[in-house]
Design a protein around this ligand. Sequence first.
Ligand code: FAD
Length: 532
Amino acid sequence: MATTRLLLTFAIYRLIVTVGLTVEPTELLRLGVGGQLSVDPADMETASLDFGMMSRTEPLAVFHPASAEDIARLIRAAYGSARGFTVSARGHGHSINGQAQAAKGVVIEMSGSRGRQLGLGKPALPRVSEEESYVDVWGGELWIDVLRATLEHGLAPKSWTDYLYLSVGGTLSNAGISGQAFNHGPQISNVYELDVVTGKGELLTCSEKQNSALFHAVLGGLGQFGIITRARIPLERSPQRVRWIRALYSNFSAFTKDQEFLISLHAHPAAQKFDYVEGFVIVDDGLINNWRSSFFSPRNPVKITSFNANGGVLYCLEVTKNYDDSSAARIDQEIEALLEKLDFIPTSVFTTDLPYVDFLDRVHKNELKLRSKGLWDVPHPWLNLFVPKSSIADFDNGVFKGILGNKTSGPILIYPMNRDKWDQRTSVVTPDEDVFYLVAFLRSALDNGDETQKLEYLTQQNRRILKFCEDAGIRMKQYLPHHTAQQDWVDHFGDKWERFHHKKLEFDPRRILATGQRIFNPSFTTQLASTW
Ligand code: FAD
């Protein structure tokens, strides 16, 4: 206990000396009581890194909140301090480029131990309303825990990410997408209400009807306007099981035509559409058994060469249909009726059947496998793009069949979404077409592999892909965007930039929040910090 206090006093001393706080030291000490403010080396190390493992910024201290009020007090201290300090919420640190890091500031650990190891109370657990079909969750809650809590009531959220060890606040600050998005929209289209601590330290409830400007700004807002401390998420009755189907294509236009047809069915009754539509690109033989496609093996070993891939590239459609006891008798027929309208390679359909929760949590199994081989904590030069439908064939020719050169270092996802399921009042930006594709290059860099697996090679390849889009006039947008110059952010937001900027001035006037996104400089620096 004495050591903890000593460390805390040191942390606070550092804050006072470094940033010239005008708040009473006792006020800040109160934040530290019980160990909430920490400079513990393990905490500092965690907060300095992220899943991307490509940037490292050590904060001044790490904060473990026990409530939204704690966060409001910390931000009021930052907002009111003479020279200021930055504050970044860290969900589960699954960003790629340091977006949750805080140079010259404090990182708020929203998930993980969040005080448990320090003997503090935890923010409230998910609270389900069965009558009104929603769940109230802490902003740092992981989606896997949201799922577990709602399943106890036979309910579940409607829109997901492929991987559930992400925080609610983290995905809502981006969009939160998976194969359900064509039908239900992204996760940011599935929120009733939020509690948010703004950059001035005000704790506000917001929704469509209450403080709506803040509500829309925060959704997809890259953490720029406030810290989400609570979200109210609508629920549906949870299905029991999932029929999971994959089918291969060697012809890209047949593949995209079928994907687009399937997402066009979104307004049809449940029996006449799939519940999830995704897909991926297979550019080399090894990949068919990669970390996302263990599906094919060991019971269904697949050799790409047996499918006569055109130019060495195959495309895999991935769809699911949810069901339970009441609909089990009809499921085969419903699936058959949908599959017969599609144009995949006839012998290439693979089907599996599993509990709903196992399907939603599918990527975690692969995470455990990779961890056991030491292949999870490696650099991840990921690139996620929203490509307009009108350019997707050019993208295929130039990138999948061109730049990649039959080599990749991780899964490449590709699936279309309907833009009218995205609320244009939110901060997220998408291409300006009714249908656009997510193309996600989910790479892992290895030091001991061949040249094409090295970080430098993959980073360079990402640059070539971006340059190709620019030269070919492909009006794509980055998802989970990463830009380092303000003009690139202005271009990214396009028509939305002025509103985005204006809301920043309103809700975070000192620009202290989420500086790891590198969109705005805090008011107390004149240039980008050296670590940027
Ligand atoms: P962090 O990385 O901790 O934070 C991201 C940003 O949000 C930071 O700027 C941070 O300051 C801010 N932030 C965090 N919490 C809050 C809060 N409570 N309030 C306000 N701002 C906050 N995304 C998809 O859409 N679909 C997928 O299928 C998908 N799969 C993924 C699979 C893996 C293995 C990984 C690593 C990522 C995946 N992602 C996916 C990306 C994911 O959505 C982002 O990494 C996102 O940032 C969520 O991660 P996080 O909760 O760890 O947030």
